[in-house]
Design a protein around this ligand. Structure first.
Ligand code: FAD
Length: 485
């Protein structure tokens, strides 16, 4: 008679901002461990510094988790959903399943780092193996250092160091199968998390615009390198041109790894204009640079990187803030951007810069209000990219646009949306207005407005602030600051 061999205890595979099977090092470690694998996603409400996900990103998360469940089914596995304090949930799962190991991919937002450090310590102290892996970035944020051993504060030398550091690691393939446990632990249902808006359903247009999930992300990379990347270097500045990858929401929840995208563009280098590939890669490296900043200055979301801005005389005006949020400023390119954000949960990068500049410099409203609004409404809300870019526009960031560079929203509109196609899409009440006046309806003669069916102040607002006055006011406010670091 043979004695029954004891099955090895399972390993918990903790998914976080890495909702994919491809190029997933924690998954690979679990799959090759010889143990049964129990994939789990924990909704961690109430981690205040990180905050709950914004509403738009919760919509995305719902669909992304559904896609991950389907993909795991295909490997003979499941996704266990639980909510609560991550350590408490993991300890409970360990007790229920007798797991002796937990693996995950690292995250780099400050609250996430705190939580993970405590969890690793607590689990190890109980004899549970706890291992973490890289995967959210091309390089770990500690890897690139200046000659003096410091972290980088400006982008250009960061990019140079990045180029000189060799190719980012090659992506690894998804496993073909996962060993299932003898018994699955109980799971919440996705529906019970109520992450989809109902009354009202403000995300009704998201479904036409987006397809969350890993398979869609892979498809999008392929489509982009087969097409739009050809116009990237120039076209990326024109919001009415489909020249950018639209990969940001997929990257934000880790449905695709930056390494997979980076290496997908390698195959292209010979076929298409190098400018396009380099420019695109530089944007991926901006994402890295934002994480580099957040990692080395964890208060990036709440405090000015440059403390000179701590005494900035911000105005507090809820009415103006609401007009900006609703796309009712009377500046067509600003309003188009803010309405694109509301309708699609996304805004073109050029217009993000224009709308942010308008809030900060024309309305003199603290950049943190804009960061919070974007965080709640963007499907690609990202703790590093959002905070770093808001500080970039505000002038308070590490490698910031100088404060005196104040966008004129009319000229920006005329330069980057010359025919007004973008404005017409998102501000339909202006759709019949002559191109000559599409970015300056205030200057349109009465008969032109009449022909377009517009009465200013009734169908479309008059400007809520005079840009020339606002510019002078912003420069004076800036001049009043003492020197900082
Ligand atoms: P592509 O042009 O195709 O670029 C490819 C990828 O590179 C993007 O998906 C993104 O991951 C990265 N990238 C591009 N531009 C930047 C940038 N300036 N900074 C950091 N990474 C970049 N991006 C976010 O992902 N999340 C945010 O919350 C976010 N908030 C922003 C707030 C402001 C005020 C501004 C000015 C920019 C913000 N961005 C943010 C950066 C940028 O606007 C978006 O990444 C980009 O528009 C996404 O579209 P895409 O995927 O088509 O970009």
């Amino acid at each position: 008679m043979t004695t029954p061999t004891k099955e090895p205890s399972p390993v918990l595979l903790w998914f976080r901002k890495d909702l994919r099977l491809d190029d997933n090092h924690a998954l690979q470690a679990a799959a090759t461990s010889g143990r049964a694998v129990i994939p789990v996603y924990i909704r961690e409400p109430g981690v205040t510094e990180r905050g709950p996900l914004g509403g738009a990103q919760e919509w995305w998360l719902h669909h992304s988790l559904a896609a991950l469940q389907t993909a795991l089914d295909g490997l003979g596995s499941r996704l266990i959903l639980r909510q609560g304090n991550a350590l408490t949930v993991l300890e409970k799962l360990i007790e229920e399943t007798k797991a002796e190991a937990v693996v995950w991919n690292r995250r780099y937002d400050p609250a996430g780092i705190d939580v993970d450090t405590q969890i690793k310590k607590a689990l190890r102290s109980k004899g549970i193996e706890a291992n973490s892996f890289a995967g959210q970035l091309l390089h770990e944020p500690t890897r690139l250092r200046t000659g003096a051993g410091d972290h980088y504060k400006t982008y250009t030398p960061f990019w140079r160091a990045f180029e000189q550091s060799g190719e980012p690691p090659f992506p690894i393939e998804a496993p073909a199968k996962l060993l299932a446990p003898g018994r699955w632990p109980q799971s919440d249902t996705l529906a019970s998390w109520s992450m989809l808006p109902t009354k009202p359903n403000w995300a009704s247009e998201f479904t036409d615009m987006w397809k969350p999930g890993e398979a869609a992300a892979q498809e999008k990379v392929k489509d982009f390198i087969d097409g739009a990347i050809d116009d990237y270097a120039v076209g990326r500045d024109f919001p009415d041109r489909p020249a950018t990858s639209l990969l940001s929401p997929h990257l934000a929840l880790g449905e695709i790894s930056p390494a997979r995208i980076w290496h997908a563009t390698r195959r292209l280098a010979d076929n298409i204009a190098k400018d396009n590939v380099v420019r695109f890669r530089k944007e991926l490296v901006w994402r890295e640079f934002c994480y580099h900043q957040l990692f080395h200055f964890p208060k990036l979301r709440t405090e000015n990187w440059n403390d000179r801005y701590d005494d900035f005389p911000w105005l507090s005006d809820t009415k103006l803030l609401t007009s900006w949020q609703r796309g009712q400023t009377g500046y067509p390119i600003v309003d188009a951007g803010m309405r694109q954000l509301w309708r699609h949960g996304w805004m073109h990068n050029r217009v993000r810069m224009i709308t942010a500049s308008f809030l900060i410099k024309d309305l003199l409203i603290d950049w943190r209000n804009g960061e919070a609004w974007f965080r709640d409404t963007l499907v690609d809300a990202d703790p590093a990219a959002n905070a770093a870019n808001w500080q970039w526009v505000a002038g308070s960031g590490a490698d910031a646009s100088p404060f005196f560079r104040i966008f004129n929203p009319v000229l920006q509109g005329e330069k980057f949306d010359p025919d007004g196609g973008y404005v017409r899409t998102f501000v339909p009440e202006l759709s019949k207005l002559d191109s000559k006046y599409i970015h300056r309806p205030l200057e349109a003669p009465d008969d032109v407005l009449k022909r377009a069916g517009i009465e200013l102040g009734k169908h479309y607002p008059r400007p809520i602030v005079d840009h020339a006055m606002a510019r002078q006011r912003a420069l004076a406010a800036h001049a009043s600051l003492k020197d900082g670091r």
